[in-house]
Design a protein around this ligand. Structure first.
Ligand SMILES: Cc1cc2nc3c(=O)[nH]c(=O)nc-3n(C[C@H](O)[C@H](O)[C@H](O)COP(=O)(O)O)c2cc1C
Length: 207
């Protein structure tokens, strides 16, 4: 039977998750990491295309990986500012572990690419929630490198594949400030015949 009790809160776990790159050791590894990653494979997946490909980067490999990401960015943005390079190096080396979120895309498949990408994103969200459920945390980052063919090759992906981004993973530091969250009422409307729903979130937005 469904419980409608507002006090029963398995939902607290989902509601309290927040992103952070203020991360310390440890990151999950071994069986714990496998279990967290397994939650990603529970994501809805139209056509069972199973587009998830996870590349784990730990220890010293993080620096070489950051250099590959920078090289990929430079191939796309030749005059990449130095502060961008520095930010990638510092973020990728400060995070105890990285998970590159590969998407094995089937171009021109009857399942649209957008749906394949959404399955990948749903998997990534499960990982973030799984991390949080076990006392870990992370931040999902991305950049123009996410569809750079040479980088895809170096990550074991094909030239038509992409990254959904990279998860910086570890244990959140204790002193994190809780972010302000938007109000759900602004993002919900009930549809009724003959009425066009409107959302408070859109009020004041130029059309
Ligand atoms: C696909 C994707 C790419 C993102 N890329 C970046 C990024 O490159 N840098 C960044 O600081 N945040 C990025 N974010 C936003 C953070 O992951 C995060 O959502 C944001 O900091 C808000 O934190 P919250 O998850 O606690 O709401 C990205 C989010 C998504 C979904």
């Amino acid at each position: 039977m469904h419980s409608q009790s507002l006090t029963a809160s398995n939902l607290d776990m989902l509601l309290s998750r927040m992103s952070t790159d203020s991360l310390q050791e440890p990151a999950p590894n071994g069986e714990m990491l496998e279990l967290i990653l397994a939650t990603a494979l529970r994501a809805p997946d139209h056509g069972k295309l199973r587009p998830w490909r996870y590349i784990i980067v730990e220890g010293e490999a993080r620096i070489a990986f950051a250099q590959e990401v920078i090289a990929a960015l430079k191939r796309k943005v030749p005059d990449l500012p130095e502060e961008k390079t520095n930010k990638i190096i510092s973020r990728f080396s400060a995070a105890p572990a990285l998970i590159a979120l590969g998407i094995h895309l089937r171009p021109n498949h009857k399942i649209p690419e957008l749906e394949q990408i959404m399955t990948s994103a749903a998997g990534a969200m499960n990982i973030l929630n799984g991390l949080h459920a076990q006392g870990f945390g992370g931040l999902w980052v991305s950049g123009a490198y996410c569809d750079e063919p040479e980088l895809m090759h170096k990550l074991g992906l094909s030239s038509t594949d992409q990254l959904a981004g990279i998860l910086l993973v570890g244990t959140p530091s204790n002193d994190l400030k809780k972010p302000r969250r938007p109000n759900i009422k602004d993002y919900v409307a009930y549809w009724q015949e003959g009425e066009i729903p409107s959302f408070n979130a859109d009020k004041g937005e130029k059309k």
